[in-house]
Design a protein around this ligand. Structure first.
Ligand SMILES: Nc1ncnc2c1ncn2[C@@H]1O[C@H](COP(=O)(O)OP(=O)(O)OP(=O)(O)O)[C@@H](O)[C@H]1O
Length: 369
């Protein structure tokens, strides 16, 4: 979410290069990640997500590799350095909660807890909504409750980095949404970087700032989520994600009479959104789906589109897997929107790279930051 994420100094980064043979599978990953915000680790089943997480946690020792976190070397096979998992200050939340069955929830939470102010305990218990569960035994918890306790326990060990491996697996739809809401709240309010493994594009879109795409044991791409969603060459790999643009703006006006909020994207461009209670001056991240943008050659006089922006076609591509569709980049002031048209519209309108057009935006979705 912070625009400075990719320029963090070394002391706030996770850098690794690891090589590991697991049966027939070869993991050869190189990564340099901001140790801030949430990084989604995404890839198809068997691409090596869990294996990479286990290496980061120190649960596996690679044949060859180097890894630093926050400037500290955790692994350097050439120098014979391997910091064991319990000395890494990395919290791990697995698919299953793995609570101690004979301790109450309170005991599970305080196990391994560092000398924290009790206020921190209260804060995390409240954030995760587990106050009422403190005196229960783990056997008396639902799947979602047990996961929340496991997340709380990992956080209370004050990790420098929290790893979450598909924490929503096995929960039903409503429990999944609920736990995702807790995790999102938590990642926004607790200043601990998270690597979040999932093969669910929706989950990652809701939560991640940065995205790592794994393919057959290698890092195919790693960048801010918004930057990767713009890339034509990743359209196939990111097929489960909706091609979209993520933009940030500042709330500059509320139109109470019509229930609308005005968001400034830069000095010259504004978007109108459905009304929100976000205070004036606050930042909002909006998401505009490529398929929700239509183009006109001249600004239409009478239209119900609230958002019309002058744009230049800065790039386009026709992908082999979708020959009847044209992918576009539209430059609007200082930012770029991704759009998608049928090849028929592209030809009939005589569109070309460099042309001036009007972008008509059907719908804008957003989360208050
Ligand atoms: N200890 C091991 N010995 C042999 N093969 C292994 C071992 N651990 C993992 N593998 C293999 O490595 C590959 C990657 O597995 P991994 O669990 O890391 O993938 P993943 O991306 O997390 O998949 P999923 O989304 O299904 O959990 C798989 O083919 C798996 O069978």
């Amino acid at each position: 979410m912070a625009s400075s994420i990719t320029t963090l100094p070394n002391t706030q980064r996770l850098a690794l290069q690891v090589d590991q043979q697991l049966g027939d599978f070869h993991l050869a990953a190189e990564l340099d990640l901001p140790a801030a915000g949430v990084s989604g680790l995404f890839g198809p089943s068997g691409s090596g997500k869990t294996s990479l997480l286990r290496l980061i946690a120190g649960l596996e020792k690679p044949k060859q590799g180097i890894m630093t976190l926050g400037g500290q070397t955790l692994l350097d096979t050439q120098k014979g350095i391997f910091v064991p998992p319990h000395r890494r200050r990395i919290g791990v939340v697995f698919q299953e909660a793995r609570l101690f069955p004979h301790y109450r929830v309170r005991g599970n939470l305080t196990y391994g807890m560092r000398s924290l102010a009790p206020q921190r305990f209260d804060e995390i218990v409240e954030l995760l909504g587990i106050e009422a569960l403190l005196e229960r035994m783990p056997g008396m918890l639902s799947g979602g409750e047990a996961r929340r306790v496991a997340i709380g326990r990992a956080l209370l060990s004050e990790p420098q980095l929290l790893l979450m491996d598909e924490p929503l697996t096995g929960l039903d739809g409503a429990r999944k949404d609920e736990l995702l809401r807790y995790i999102t709240r938590l990642t926004q309010q607790v200043d601990i970087p998270v690597i979040y493994v999932s093969h669910d594009a929706k989950e990652i879109t809701d939560i991640a700032d940065h995205l790592v795409v794994l393919k057959a044991g290698q890092v195919r791409a790693s960048d801010k989520l918004g930057a990767l969603l713009q890339r034509f060459d990743l359209t196939h790999e990111l097929g489960g994600f909706d091609a979209a643009s993520l933009l940030e703006g500042i709330v500059v006006a509320h139109d109470e009479a019509y229930g609308l909020t005005h968001l400034a994207l830069d000095n010259e461009h504004q978007l109108v959104l459905p009304g929100t209670s976000a205070p004036m001056g606050s930042r909002i991240r909006v998401r505009i789906l490529a398929r929700d943008i239509a183009l006109a050659l001249t600004p239409p006089a009478n239209t119900s589109y609230r958002n019309q922006l002058n744009a230049t076609i800065s790039d386009f591509a026709i992908l082999p897997e979708a020959p009847y569709t044209v992918e576009l980049h539209l430059r609007i002031g200082t930012f770029v929107l991704r759009a998608r048209l049928t090849r028929k519209s592209w030809d009939e309108m005589g569109l070309k790279q460099g042309m001036q057009v009007t972008a008509l935006i059907r719908s804008v979705s957003f989360n208050a930051l």
